[in-house]
Structure formats: structure tokens, C-alpha cells
Ligand binder design. Sequence first.
Ligand code: BG6
Length: 487
Amino acid sequence: VPVDPFDLVIFGGTGDLARRKLLPALYHRDQDGQFSDDSRIVAVSRQDMSDEQYAQWVREVLEEHLPDKELDNEVFSRFQSRLAHIQLDVDDEAGWKAFSERFDDNGRIRAFYLATAPSLFGKIANGVADAGLVDDRARIVLEKPVGHDYESAREINDAVGARFAESQIYRIDHYLGKETVQNLIALRFGNSLFEPVWGRQAVDNVQITVAESLGVDERFDFYEATGALRDMVQNHMLQLLCLAAMEPPASMNHDDVRNEKIKVLRSLKPITPQEVHKVTARGQYAAGMIDGKAVPAYGAANKKEQAPAEDAEAETFVAIKAEIDNWRWQGVPFYLRTGKRMARKSSQIVVEFKPVPHSIFGEEPLQPNRLVLRLQPEEGVEMSIMTKEPGPGGFRMRSLPLNLSFSQAFEVAYPDAYERLLMEVLRGNPALFMRRDEVEAGWQWIDRILESWRLEQVEAQEYMAGSWGPTDAFVLLDRDGRRWHDN
Ligand code: BG6
């Protein structure tokens, strides 16, 4: 069913996110007939570009970024007719006047997508509101990161909140748009099997890994100013942790779910300088090999210098032992781990159950049950169970997987997370977006870690590209008598 007619205004319309994610996602939704005829997509950037030049640029972008690289000419000509480009420097008042003249009072939904640096969020919210473009049906989408720390996040939330109601603000965490992340909710609350064992009585520990084989490449300056803790943990990893740990919500209503997530964030035990060395690991990738190809060190991505930047500081890897101070999870560590240039792309949540209380099999080793939720690639669920090896001699025990592969069960292509999230914005459903209190509570926990690293001078330890992270990450679990499950 097509959504109501809209004007989607993308600030940062020629940027990296627009290129890689937003335009391909919009093209696919248009291809599936979800946009009504008079809906428009308006890109805003500082570049001097006519509508025609922008459309041409979009064509090239789609040719490069559509997964099957097949642009359908008929679909594209419809898509192209929606496109416009407005040149704007957000600091220029005259520019805003010209900007506002490109919109008429047409009763369409107006969605402003801010794919820019977060420092511009407040200015743009003011600009569009002063231009008289914000009414009850308007909405604003904030791409992550919302801020750099708790203080800056609050400033942004205050500034945007002064011009838009909270219900009109959509803070993106694209992990919430991933099908398999939503499947975590389906698995936990659509089955009666898991709830009785989902807590300290039966669970030994939970491991959440988001590993990427990609490097930082041309995003060096961004990464140097950000680091993996802010880029990946503050948002994606904490969201996964919340969905895995939260209490059953009353319904799928957006505030019911978000009320449960915020309780988890508020229960996270703060990490102090005294323990930061023991419960966190910071890493930075050195040169190495991935899939048989040599890849350079993180510092080598610094294009401004002739030689690799020896003093590059940011972490490209983090591991954390997180603890949730509530009844359900008392004494159950949540180990978080994320990094760039790791052995392969693999995101998963592993719930490791306690060993049997007494083994009747003598010396025969038993492995604790494990539930593995594979988020990407090869989405699925796997449960390891102990079985008896066939044969007449003795009782040989072996751990085998019960394996559910989503791609085999459903023969449909998974839409990109941005396709779903853009449609939710246009439909006016904020369930898959972060509420102000979630973002701020996340930052409060992260700020403590950053502060502890600073006070204790915790530096990023090198790890070889293509490995599973620095030694400290292994020591972190070793100290607790546990180990990471790589797959
Ligand atoms: C983004 C981060 O939010 O998520 C990137 O800024 C990271 O650094 C990306 O590469 C990972 O997303 P996905 O969907 O590929 O897991």
C-alpha cells in the first residue's frame, strides 16, 4: 500500500550515507510501488547542482550501489521525476529563504532526514522551523551519532526538542531495522520455551559480537575523532544488549518496548577507573591479512600524511564485560565485543547456559548448551545440544547443533534496514527508533568508560588485521574462566 504523499528532504543529500544506503533503499521502495505519484525526494547539500545534474549523479550512484547492479530504466525514470536538489549553506540566512520557497503548502508529509554532522542538527531544526515548514505532520530523522558524549547529546536533544515534539523525532539506530534483530524479539516473546531459562538461574553468560572485516579506510578523520566505543557500542551494541536482556514488554507498542529497554540501560553497572583495565579491552588494528589479501594498518588510512600516522589514537576494537544490576541478571556477565578488520564479518548473540549440575557420564566431557542468534551474515538460530555418538562401545557424548537458517526457511531477500526504517518514518511509527532518554542513558554509561580510559591512560593495543582482536580481549574472559565463541 503506498504511503501518503510526502516530501522527504535529505540534508547531506550527496554524502556517503545517501549514496550507500538512503538512495538505494528509496529506489527499492519506489520499485515496489510504495510511493504515491506526487511524492518527492529533495536532496540538500552545499554543492551547486541542478535537479538534472543531481538525477544524473543518482543514476551513477545506483548503478554502483544497487546489490544486483541492475537499474531498471522504467523504475528509474519514475524515481528520477521525484528528485530535486537544493544548494544550501545552513549558516546562510538568504539561503534558507530560497530554500523555503521550494516548498508550497501542499498538505504532504514533510520528513527532514539529517544525514549530516551532529553539530548541525540544532541549526537545521531551527532553519526548517523558522522557514515555516514544521507542522503537526512534519518529522525529523537524526542519523547517529546523536552527539559525542552525554552533554552534547543533551544539547542536541534540547535544540531539536525546542522545535519538534518528541513524537516527531526519529533517532536512527539502523540495527533496529535489521530483520534478524527483530527476530530476537520474536524468538524471546513468541515462544514459551525460552522465558523460564532466560536469566541468572540457567544462563552462565551472554556474548554479543559485532565483527567487521572492513577497515576504516577513507573515514580515518571521523574514526580518529570517534573510536569504536562511540561508533558501535553506544548505539548498536547497547541496543542488542537491551533487546536480549529486557523484561517482556506489555505489547509491541513503541513506548512499551522502549520503557523496558531504558530499564536495562539504567541498570548497567557503571565502569570505574579502578576496574577499567580488568573489564575493558581497547584495540587498534595493525597490518595483516584478510581473505588472503594484505591490508594496511589503521594509521595508514590517514591520507593527510605521507607516511602512516604513528600516533593514531582511536580504538578500532572494544571488548567490555558489562553487568546488569537487576534481579534477572545478577551475576551473569554480558561480554560485548566489536572491531574492524577482524577475521570476518560476523554478528551474533551467544547465550551460554550453565553446565549440568552433576554428570552421570564419568570422565566424558560435556559442553554447556549454547543458543546462538546469528544476525549477519547467514541469519539464523542455532542451539547446541549434547548427544550420544552412535556405536556399541561406551557412552561417547558429542555437542551437535540444531540449526535454523532463515534464508532456507524463507525464500525472500531481506530488505536493507534502511528500507524499513525510512518507511516507518513516512508511516509515522517510532517503535524502531531511539527515544531521548535511551540515547542519553547510553551516553552516561559510555562517558564513564571514556573517562576511566583517560584517567588510567588505557591505550589501544595493537591486533593483527584478520585476527579476533588484541590479547587483552582474550585475557578479559580468561580471567573469568571463560572463552569467546567465535562461531
Ligand atoms: C555504522 C558504523 O553505524 O555501522 C560503521 O558507523 C559500521 O562504522 C556500520 O561499519 C556497521 O553496519 P552493518 O549494518 O554493516 O553491520
